[in-house]
Design a protein. Sequence first.
Length: 169
Amino acid sequence: MSEYLDSSIRNLLDTLEAEHEDLHNHVVVDETAKTFSLPGKPVKGRAYLAPAVVNLPDDIDNDTEYVKKLAELIEGYEFDESVEGDETDEKAQNAAAIRTSCDRICRVNVGAKLLTRKVYQITVQEDISDPYGNIISTQTCGTTTDNLSPMEAVLYSLGRCTMNRENFE
């Protein structure tokens, strides 16, 4: 079952990329549900979505591009509005957020640490700051690959971070 889910995640990401779909809030799940959504109220304001930083060990680093796509898919959920950024430098991200009238910056870091033979601790850290570098919220979610593939563990952890976001007034 785990291999089937892992393969399904990869196929979805490949299909979306092939169709040049906007990965934020526009995934067609079926004909009756036109928008993929996670439970919870949207975070108010406009968010600048920085590119995800992914650090995986060599033996699973072939998942890096899929993990980045997965982060793109999930990162923007539950923000009222978002702008997808491509700057990798924090100062450039802050400047881009100000330039695009964003009042939040969402940064996601995904990492993995080998615990035992073929079992990893997957960690997703999400930092939400204002465009001037002041942290508003930070959280870390993670799980092991004991019963999940690395892709499934990343999806699970990204989803938990998204659902655990504070609502900002």
